[in-house]
Design a binder for this molecule. Structure first.
Ligand code: UDX
Length: 432
């Protein structure tokens, strides 16, 4: 099948590459010509394990191509996936759909035969209806079907999540496109993925409801972790004890810093905004957003306590600054709140992240990047383990700090309290 993917961000690029690997002819389109030129050279603009190998493999065997010409690419394809960004509107909570509607307008001028037009981007309920209206304006009636097929992949695990998804959700209001999509996804269905066909609006909402639920689960355990800290209980026992109940499940019950990334913060706000539009009060999700927004300050308060409120000239090391491991993505990472706040109070911050220097801290005084764990730990008073990279899971602190005894604040509960304390370090973690 001939597929056209519009937008080469996380979702677009991973989907395009994986679909081509499954034997389809895929053309990935982006208006950013520099990005397209990079991709044509086999260079991947994002950090995602395994992605560049698949790009090179499928580009070489000519199943995957890249273009900045939307019109021609659309004309030569049967199925069009819209994978452009839907960020939060500036100064608001709702999703900014400018890119989606611009693509829809361009598509309306390029439809030359029956096309299935699919939103893979996370879009609010009724976006499909709006796209249909835009396309219909140009007399394209009966020459297209608008379908919602949300993508559930996680950064850092994107290829595996795409190829082995728990479920494939297709929201279409007619049978033909459902049949074609079921066929497109048949290699994944035969490996065990559940295929679910719903109305278009339901598919749109399934994505938001899923992300909001996962964000709720994390926020819930983070608040339970606060209670554990005040009652001398280990939150990991609680996660295990709760998770063993099959109705609850053990995943996404790891306490830590505020959740971040390109999806949870944006999507929880957007679903609230959609609900407001439809005069519905999502009070649970509202309080999740509030609790998560407060969380970085709560953890900062703990840092102040650990340092007896003496921050001036204290040398603080951040191990990891991305919002989670296996990604270079800094969007809504809690380090973006914590590092500037600590620097403002006079602390001297050094950070190391396996994905390198971060522009986000460029203008902040007293914040510097070190290119190794060893250099970042030198002379440190407080080590904050912020991101759960494998690189940080078996550090020999004694060896690195050479006689000094920095305090360790492990925000990802990587280490055991007993073992680290036995080495003479003061050790703090989350909910334990
Ligand atoms: C998420 C969804 O999981 C994915 O289905 C959707 O398509 C996009 O959004 P992603 O943002 O890539 O994926 O990362 P995820 O692994 O879900 O983590 C999100 C945040 O939650 C991170 O900040 C992570 O550290 C945090 N998290 C996750 C926890 O704090 N505890 C957990 O138990 C799990």
């Amino acid at each position: 099948m001939k597929l056209c993917i519009i937008g080469t961000g996380y979702v677009g690029l991973v989907s395009g590459v994986c679909f081509s690997d499954l034997g389809n002819d895929v053309i990935c389109v982006d208006k950013d010509e520099d990005k397209i030129n990079l991709l044509k050279k086999g260079k991947v603009p994002i950090y995602e394990p395994g992605l560049s190998e698949l790009v090179v493999k499928n580009f070489r065997n000519k199943r995957l191509s890249f273009s900045s010409n939307l019109k021609t690419s659309v004309k030569n394809s049967d199925i069009i996936f819209i994978c452009v960004g839907t960020p939060t509107k500036k100064g608001g909570r709702s999703a900014d759909l400018t890119q989606i509607y611009n693509v829809a307008k361009e598509l309306s001028l390029s439809i030359n035969k029956f096309k299935i037009i699919i939103t893979k981007s996370t879009v609010p309920v009724t976006t499909g209806d709006e796209i249909e209206k835009i396309l219909s304006k140009k007399n394209n009636k009966h020459k297209f079907a608008v379908v919602s097929n949300p993508e559930f992949l996680r950064e850092g695990e994107a290829i595996r999540d795409f190829i082995y998804p728990d479920r494939i959700v297709v929201g279409s209001n007619e049978k033909k496109s459902n049949r074609i999509l079921k066929n497109l996804y048949s290699p994944l269905i035969s490996k065990g993925a559940q295929y679910l066909n719903t109305s278009r609006r339901a598919a749109e909402l399934i994505k938001y409801a899923s992300n909001a639920f996962l964000a709720t689960k994390i926020t819930f355990i983070n608040e339970i972790a606060n209670l554990c800290e005040n009652t001398g209980i280990n939150v990991e026992d609680i996660s295990i004890g709760m998770g063993l109940d099959k109705r609850i499940g053990s995943r996404f019950l790891r306490a830590g810093p505020a959740y971040g990334g390109s999806c949870f913060p944006k999507d929880t706000k957007a679903i609230i905004s959609t609900a407001d539009k439809f005069k519905t009060n999502l009070s649970v999700i509202k309080s999740v957003v509030r609790s998560n927004e407060n969380r970085s300050n709560l953890l900062l308060k703990r840092v102040y306590e650990i340092l007896n409120n003496r921050l001036k000239n204290k040398k603080i090391t951040f191990l990891g600054v991305t919002f989670k491991a296996n990604t270079d993505d800094m969007r809504d990472s809690s380090s973006l709140i914590m590092i500037p706040a600590l620097a403002k109070k006079g602390a001297l911050i050094k950070y190391f992240d396996p994905t390198g220097y971060k522009n986000e801290f460029k203008k902040i005084k007293n914040v510097s990047f070190e290119n190794s764990i060893k250099k970042s730990l030198k002379d440190s008073d407080l080590i904050i383990i912020h991101t759960e990279w494998n690189d940080f899971k078996s550090i020999n602190f004694k060896h690195f700090v050479k006689g000094k005894k920095p305090i360790i604040y492990d925000m990802r509960n990587i280490y055991s309290h007993t073992k680290i304390s036995a080495q003479g370090f003061k050790y703090f973690s989350v909910g334990r």
